[in-house]
Design a binder for this molecule. Sequence first.
Ligand SMILES: *Cc1c(COP(=O)(O)O)cnc(C)c1O
Length: 405
Amino acid sequence: MESTGSAVSDRRKSKPETLLATLGRTSTHDSGFVNPPLVRGSTVLHPNVEELGQRARRRAAGDDAMPVSYGRYGTPTHHEFCDALTALEGGHRSWALPSGQTACAIAIQAYVRPGDHVLVPDSVYAPVRRFCSHTLARYGIGTTFYPPRIGENIESMFRADTRVLFVESPGSLTFEVQDLPMLARVAHRHGAVCVADNTWATPLYQQPLALGADVTVHAATKYIGGHSDLLLGTVTANETAWPALRDAIHQYGLIASPDDCWLALRGLRSLAARLARHRANAERLIGWLRGQPEVDRVLYPALPEDPGYALWQRDFHGASGLFGVVLAAAVPERAMQAMIDGLQLFGRGYSWGGFESLLIPVRPERTAEPLPISAPMFRISAGLEDPDDLIADLSAGFERLRERI
Ligand SMILES: *Cc1c(COP(=O)(O)O)cnc(C)c1O
């Protein structure tokens, strides 16, 4: 199967919910089955020597529209998922990688060489921070962590050798919304590539490429997969940014397994319906939490009093179900821990975006400027359960918390 660039652009006229039901089904038309087959494979057989040589030459020349030639350059299942994602993000090409972390790392590394410099928000996903300050540093690439709400002052942080401006909006622990169109404009003025981690919003609720970013990254592990049963990352680039990213991906030999791509494609089918329920449950939980005297505030850009609300209204089409909770400064850590340890429905585990609710304590790491919060904090990923049952679980948790104040 070919990666079908033109079919992708035709479909962009449909509404997102329709796209979720129709995209990524091109290889099923002969069999009649609704879903595409799961194709595993390394070797692809070619009809003759001439074709073997031709595909190798097309591959070396960076021809993305060629038929699959070897499993590392994409299986039909991989291309089905990636073409669907490309249409949803409004990009040129996408690629699926073994994890969201891989996607973030390669989307930075593809654009830098020794002596270069990258700008990364202080609110960034912690393992990406470590990739920059350890791996990139070993190759002589410097990172400056900037305050996520720096605004126009980002201009002063650019150096002559700044090649990448990374954005994660909102941050997945502290939920600062970043002014992506402005940041992308400044990055381009300085000849830098703007890479945006869009995991919280998903392609349904924010389209970073339309807002000016050059590359969008997802931990498809989260909402796109949606069932806590896979690890998957994606990158989607515009036409200018794609060749360097593609070359880095192929030279490192990065590709996700077809099984995970197939599951992610299935996840896309219900993404809009799940997100609406995640959001509704998040709002119910937030409403209850805000009525508790031990809660100082909730970090969620869709709340009118949130500092990111105006940007969220301008740039996003919706909100997902992940939010932060800051307790009153008088609440001791051990009281929060007792609340969390006894929860029955909320799982204590990393990741988010699955069907099941999660709740973990968080301690954001900051180096650019201190976090203006010293009270205990936790993060909720609102799942798809009945919201009254979730509130009852939290309510019992807050009783345990009160007993320890
Ligand atoms: C989880 C996460 C990642 C990394 O994804 P994995 O698939 O777990 O490697 C990257 N960015 C954000 C914002 C995340 O929440």
